[in-house]
Design a protein around this ligand. Structure first.
Ligand code: OOG
Ligand code: MG
Length: 262
């Protein structure tokens, strides 16, 4: 750690305020280039503590930048991890307040719901599939608190990996007998298909993103509790949305989930 406790708390407050007030800020490593990985995750932890203290509940986790399409889009080269809160869940088919957000984008993802706790180190795809109750379509709404959506990995980790809203729904599917690599996904905006992909875009197999997440959390003394929902990462590039847009994600054999920006 290179940053003092007060700096960590200040940065968490800055990012929290930006999210609440829907305003952007230059990336935090511009001000603190000496920030290291532990500092970045410490800011994320402090941000989470602030939100939980306001009454939010932790409902799950997310992996991000797990597909080459996303890594290329954002100019970075490794996955990052964050958390999901109940206050950020949108009901299936529900409305997301556009004016509460800065410059939102949507991502098609496969969401995992765990039937059993998952704990690293040593977690692998097999352990993930064994612990998974079902998978379902998930749309993540990301909204970087950084100006022009520009960041480096440490800055985006501090900002809870741009996590903002999410919706899961459709038809839950058990993983037995399903090849998650070849599951096709279609993302539609206002009825037009705008992005397509298959599960393998995420690290070769979406469950490997969950294994990486469990190993990452395990190294920090945290596990993923049974019942958690986990977003495994955008399969395609993220798609910008405007006020009034309706977004639907269709996943092969899993129906669809949707939301409206109003
Ligand atoms: C970082 C978060 C990326 C994903 O699914 O790849 C992410 C960002 O691009 O803002 O959630
Ligand atoms: Mg995502």
């Amino acid at each position: 750690m290179n940053l003092a406790r007060e700096r960590i708390e200040e940065l968490a407050q800055l990012l929290d305020d930006c999210a609440v007030e829907a305003r952007d800020t230059p990336k935090v490593t511009d001000t603190y280039p000496e920030m290291d990985w532990d500092d970045a995750y410490a800011v994320q932890d402090a941000l989470r503590a602030r939100q939980l203290a306001r009454g939010a509940h932790l409902v799950g986790y997310k992996a991000g930048l797990t597909s080459f399409a996303k890594m290329r889009q954002m100019g970075v080269e490794s996955p990052v991890f964050g958390y999901l809160l109940d206050v950020h869940a949108v009901a299936d088919g529900g409305t997301c307040g556009f004016d509460e957000l800065i410059h939102p984008k949507v991502e098609p993802e496969i969401a995992f719901v765990l039937g059993r706790e998952l704990k690293g180190p040593g977690c692998h795809i097999g352990a993930v599939l064994a612990a998974t109750d079902f998978v379902m379509p998930g749309i993540e709404v990301i909204d970087s608190r950084y100006r022009d959506f520009k960041f480096d990995l440490k800055s985006v980790v501090a900002d809870n990996t741009s996590a903002t809203r999410f919706v899961v729904g459709g038809q839950p599917l058990g993983v037995e007998g399903v090849d998650l690599r070849t599951l096709g996904v279609v993302l539609e905006k206002n009825g037009e298909p705008v992005a397509f992909g298959a599960g393998a875009a995420v690290l070769g197999h979406p469950a490997s993103a969950i294994a990486m997440l469990a190993n990452h959390l395990g190294a920090r003394g945290e596990s993923i509790p049974a019942g958690s929902v986990i977003l495994s990462g955008g399969i395609t590039v993220a798609v910008a949305v405007d006020k009034g847009d309706a977004v639907t994600l269709r996943v092969q054999n899993m129906g669809s989930t949707s939301l409206i920006f109003a």
